[in-house]
Design a protein around this ligand. Structure first.
Ligand SMILES: O=C(CO)COP(=O)(O)O
Ligand SMILES: O=C[C@H](O)COP(=O)(O)O
Ligand SMILES: [Zn+2]
Ligand SMILES: [Zn+2]
Length: 301
């Protein structure tokens, strides 16, 4: 999936899913846009939903979607977690050793590749530290990925894709108010020059739609100063070596905004299918827009 995206200059959206409705909304967008898609879940998802439910619903969604669908472990902490998700039916895993000393990250990531590749499961590694929520660093303390180290890492671990730090960060507050969003495209280009055809992954790549922020705030929520990655930067990254773009925050915003609006306008409503359904529909629109206009993954299948 990622090599096809590499060769054709687009990126596959990887959306964090925690329940049936979010899986349905993302899969509906993929089907309508004829776009490949990655459904991903963290070990917190496993704790929340039980992996069996997620795998069952995702497999059903994949069957109905009629486009390539992968089910991916996001931010796997250790080899045991990766094994657990592979055995549960996930089709790829991420091992996130980015917070470890370099040699420990290499050893851990290599051990996951050795295990996963036996089952034909692909592995994403990470090098560099994202600003923000990851490790509680502020934007200035972000540790950008060193391209030469990335080459050494890819060669020694055998990863199938690599997450790098070029200025993105997890969560809704990616830049300070007044700070101009900036991504290090020079690092991305160096990495891809050193490692041709290695798919690059961007974490923390939500765009933080300001209409959704305004909606949440107007309907009793309280989120201010949230800023994301501009869509044109993600489109540019998609044309380059970035093949997988992770989105969680934007789905949370879309779901929360639509549910708040629905409940505000229909205070008598207690049929939860109505307001969760409204969240699902709104989220599907946001995902469709990304596939078509930002990741350039629409009409590929
Ligand atoms: O990287 C992510 C999941 O791994 C999600 O990033 P966002 O918080 O920008 O949506
Ligand atoms: O990067 C982390 C994702 O946003 C997943 O969030 P989570 O760990 O709360 O499932
Ligand atoms: Zn990480
Ligand atoms: Zn992430």
């Amino acid at each position: 999936m990622l090599l096809h995206a590499y060769d054709h200059h687009y990126a596959v959206g990887a959306f964090n899913v925690n329940n049936m409705e979010v899986i349905q909304g993302v899969a509906k967008a993929a089907k309508e846009q004829r776009s490949p898609v990655i459904l991903q879940a963290s070990s917190f998802t496993g704790q929340y939903a039980d992996l069996g439910y997620i795998v069952g619903i995702a497999e059903n969604a994949a069957r109905l979607a009629d486009v390539p669908v992968a089910l991916h472990l996001d931010h796997g902490e250790d080899l045991e977690t990766c094994k657990e998700f592979i055995q549960a039916g996930f089709t790829s895993v991420m091992i996130d050793g980015s917070h470890l000393p370099y040699e420990e990250n290499v050893a851990l990531t290599r051990s996951v590749c050795e295990y996963a590749h036996r089952y034909d499961i692909t592995v994403e590694g990470e090098l560099g530290t994202l600003a923000g929520v990851e490790d509680g660093r502020s934007a200035e303390q972000s540790l950008y990925t060193d391209p030469e180290q990335a080459r050494d890492f890819a060669e020694r671990t055998g990863v199938d894709s690599l997450a790098i730090a070029i200025g993105t960060s997890h969560g809704a507050y990616k830049f300070k108010p007044g700070q101009k969003p900036m991504l290090r495209f020079d690092i991305l280009e160096q990495v891809s020059r050193l490692m041709p055809r290695l798919p690059i992954v961007l974490h923390g790549a939500s765009s933080v739609n300001q209409e959704d922020i305004a909606e949440i705030n107007a309907m009793g929520g309280d989120i201010s100063g949230a800023i994301g990655i501009p869509e044109e930067m993600l489109a540019q990254a998609s044309r380059l070596a970035v093949c997988k773009i992770n989105v969680d925050t934007d789905l949370r915003l879309a779901m929360t905004g639509a549910i708040r609006k629905y409940l505000h306008e229909a205070p008598e409503q207690i049929d939860y299918r109505k307001y969760i359904g409204a969240g699902r529909d709104h989220l599907a629109e946001r995902v469709s827009h990304k596939m078509k206009n930002v990741f350039l993954s629409a009409e590929r299948y």
